[in-house]
Design a protein around this ligand. Structure first.
Ligand SMILES: Nc1nc2c(ncn2[C@@H]2O[C@H](COP(=O)(O)OP(=O)(O)OP(=O)(O)O)[C@@H](O)[C@H]2O)c(=O)[nH]1
Length: 533
């Protein structure tokens, strides 16, 4: 089946398109169709990709059991190291789903696997998100102080990460922690930080959740009308964007506040709405809460029998929850593993920080070197400049000893003014660049060609005496005389005159250059295109 892979890619693209168009049912139908055809792939990658899309469609449709089955299949296919990134994503999704359905024990294990894998892959952001979610589980187990501590720790780990997703997720969790700890003003303050980022990122689930925590804080502050308003906004946003968990939570809390306000009919409607969605999605904890809410409502309405039945239903879910979520039972093991993970966290973070620091330092050093080079470099010819002579050659001449031999050539173009006048300053520049190249080619590694000024050049020759330096000068003079100049000077020939000098004990840079300059003058006087010592 040679074309199967390209056909498959087209089909995946079609499914993604349907999901983007909000048509999860059509997407699922196509996924089923593909699953029934027997594509033969050599790696699990395409199947994993298909399952990821399937999980997206099932999330949209609130098909929780199917979703968990899909994610578990994807997880088992992604065990190979080649699919570690996919595995991380699947683990996170699965943990999230299992948590929402009230199986805290399994979700905590999944989150910890996710932290471990995230740290292994160096994906600090994913590890921090998983860490934050574990804090949420402590809240569900009514260990709010512990949840807050964990989230504050995450805040510490994440404060240097420029990651908006972590920024608002963490703040939403902290808002919940403060709410549980009856610190409503702290909840409002932290939500004020999160809201602008949530809006900027168009994160509708988060926006719905923010309304939810804000409403609960306002309820604690006895600002009931505002609380109701936020719950209605949160509910609307959550329903519109298929965020089942937030829509149930908003409807449920709306029911509670309306009960408190004696608006019984509206309260019942909200609670039944929450119950229906929780039941569709099999969210155990929320089902229990909704029944408890209904029970309280009926009690408030003096409908004792209905209140009793509702309470019984709540107990049955409580029982199921206790079976799947005995967080206290696994607590010592969890805490031990968490502590180990925290140590790895700090190590990984400081490792990354160190790496960043080293990278920054290397960049700064590179910049500095660049600047230093530019300061000592002539912009036109890229040769060293006069500043280089002062910094590097001057001290060598002053400290010269009997064993050192250094000579210099001072070179000046003959009648260069004429080139500028006859052709243009730009043409003159081209000539100067060519001279730069000729000098570079004539130099050994230990020598340094320098643009001394305008059309004057200097070459520092290490280890050469006056006689050897003169030979180099002669070679350069010949090369210049025979050089094929750019067409901009229309076949004009150019020559140079050179003064040669060798550094003597007691010399300094100025006295050495003066001697070379005197020789250069002589060369000019004697008719140019020649060398004088
Ligand atoms: N194109 C160009 N010309 C430059 C640059 N620096 C200096 N000059 C020119 O170089 C010329 C040097 O002229 P002079 O000092 O009169 O000497 P010359 O014409 O080379 O004659 P002699 O040295 O006596 O052989 C001047 O016209 C300067 O303007 C530069 O960076 N680019």
């Amino acid at each position: 089946m040679p074309n199967s892979l390209s056909l498959f890619s087209d089909q995946l693209a079609e499914i993604s398109h349907q999901l983007a168009e909000n048509a999860p049912l059509q997407a699922l139908a196509l996924i089923d169709e593909i699953s029934n055809t027997s594509y033969q792939f050599t790696t699990p990658k395409p199947r994993i990709a298909l399952l990821m899309l399937k999980s997206q469609a099932e999330t949209e449709l609130g098909q929780c059991h199917a979703l968990i089955a899909t994610l578990n299949e994807a997880l088992s296919l992604s065990q190979d190291d080649d699919f570690a990134a996919e595995r991380l994503q699947i683990l996170n999704q699965l943990a999230d789903q299992v948590y929402t359905m009230g199986d805290y024990r399994q979700s905590i294990q999944l989150w910890m696997n996710s932290i471990e894998l995230g740290l292994e892959l160096g994906d600090i952001s994913s590890a921090i998100l998983a860490f934050i979610s574990i804090g949420g589980i402590f809240n569900a187990a009514e260990q709010h102080e512990r949840a807050l501590k964990l989230h504050q720790q995450a805040l510490h780990y994440s404060h240097k990460l420029d990651n908006p997703h972590i920024f608002y997720t963490l703040r939403l969790y902290l808002a919940a922690d403060y709410m549980w700890l009856k610190l409503p003003n702290d909840t409002l303050t932290i939500l004020n930080q999160a809201d602008p980022i949530l809006k900027k990122c168009n994160h509708f689930n988060g926006i719905a959740e923010s309304h939810l925590w804000r409403a609960q804080a306002l309820f604690q502050l006895e600002r009931y009308a505002e609380a109701i308003d936020h719950l209605q906004q949160g509910l609307q946003c959550a329903v519109q964007h298929h965020h089942y968990w937030a829509s149930i939570k908003c409807a449920y809390h709306l029911g509670l506040i309306l009960t408190h306000q004696k608006r019984h009919a509206e309260a019942e409607q909200a609670l039944l709405e929450a119950l229906a969605t929780a039941s569709d999605n099999e969210f155990m904890q929320l089902l229990r809460d909704c029944w408890l809410g209904l029970s309280a409502l009926y009690e408030d309405m003096d409908q004792a029998q209905q209140a009793y039945f509702a309470l019984q239903s709540a107990h049955s879910f409580e029982h199921q929850l206790a079976k799947s979520a005995p967080i206290l039972e696994v607590e010592p093991r969890i805490l031990q593993r968490l502590a180990a993970l925290e140590t790895r966290f700090s190590l990984e973070i400081s490792r990354q920080e160190n790496r960043q620091l080293l990278e920054q330092q290397a960049q700064q050093i590179q910049k500095l070197n660049q600047l230093l080079t530019e300061v000592e470099q002539d912009a036109l010819t890229k040769l060293a400049n006069r500043r280089w002579l002062d910094t590097h050659l001057a001290p060598q001449i002053t400290k010269l000893n009997a064993a050192d031999t250094i000579s210099i050539l001072l070179l000046d173009l003959d009648h260069f003014k004429q080139i500028n006048d006859d052709f243009s300053h730009l043409a003159g520049d081209e000539v100067l660049r060519d001279i730069g190249l000729i000098l570079q080619q004539a130099c050994r590694d230990v020598d340094t060609p320098v643009r001394y000024g305008g059309e004057e050049f200097l070459v520092v020759l290490k280890g050469l005496n006056l006689f050897s330096a003169a030979k180099v000068a002669e070679r350069i003079r010949t090369q210049v005389a025979q050089h094929a100049w750019p067409s901009s000077i229309e076949g004009r020939q150019l020559t140079i005159s050179v003064g040669v000098a060798q550094a003597q004990l007691g010399d300094n840079l100025i006295s050495l250059i003066e001697r070379a300059d005197l020789a250069l003058y002589r060369a000019k006087d004697l008719g140019r295109n020649r060398i004088e010592l």
